[in-house]
Design a protein around this ligand. Structure first.
Ligand code: ZN
Length: 193
């Protein structure tokens, strides 16, 4: 839960923060918390999410625990540039669904003086690094890795267990399809014929 002390904030430039972890680790909740605080501080905030993720709402980012903030739905990460001229703080949720261009876009906007807060899954359901999040972690000034609780053993969980045997990397779902597991309890579901 990194809240950067004001005296340690970079001056005369923007920066990139990444909030990552498995599903149900509270990434969106933490994103919403940071964006709300920026709004309370009277900063201009813009929030984006990929159009692939319409699980809860078309026009808001919503956490599993039902916190929400109005957001702009985009299919192309370049659209962030169109809508964020006057924004001081830019939030991007579910960033694993964007192309690797997101790295360039975040760098560009941060260099223009904006604070960029990105949330996304760092591993896919098999435990492999989930591009472009690893690339974003590399260029970010600040990284927060959230943990969920393993539903099997209660360990801190950083892996997303898929409960159905489907091998597509992206299947949008929530507790119906996924649960949080630790390294010990996580496995890759075998494909049925
Ligand atoms: Zn476990």
């Amino acid at each position: 839960m990194t809240d950067i002390p004001p005296h340690q904030l970079p001056k005369d430039t923007g920066w990139v923060e990444v909030i990552t972890g498995c599903m149900f680790s509270g990434k969106t909740e933490e994103l919403i918390r940071r964006l709300r605080r920026a709004q309370i501080a009277k900063q201009k905030v813009k929030i984006f999410k990929p159009s692939i993720d319409a699980r809860y709402s078309q026009d808001s980012i919503v956490s599993h625990s039902d916190q929400s903030l109005p957001s702009i739905l985009i299919s192309d990460i370049n659209d962030v540039l169109k809508y964020s001229d006057d924004a001081q703080v830019i939030g991007i949720d579910e960033a694993q669904f964007f192309k690797e261009e997101i790295v360039h876009i975040c760098n560009l906007l941060a260099s223009k003086g904006k604070r960029i807060i990105v949330a996304g899954l760092d591993q896919d359901y098999t435990g492999k690094p989930f591009e472009p999040i690893p690339q974003l972690l590399a260029i970010a000034e600040y990284i927060t890795k959230q943990h969920a609780i393993c539903v099997v053993c209660g360990n801190p969980a950083d892996k997303t267990q898929r409960k159905i045997a489907e091998s597509d990397r992206v299947i949008v779902g929530a507790a119906d399809i996924y649960e949080a597991r630790c390294r010990k309890c996580h496995y890759i579901p075998e494909e049925s014929e």
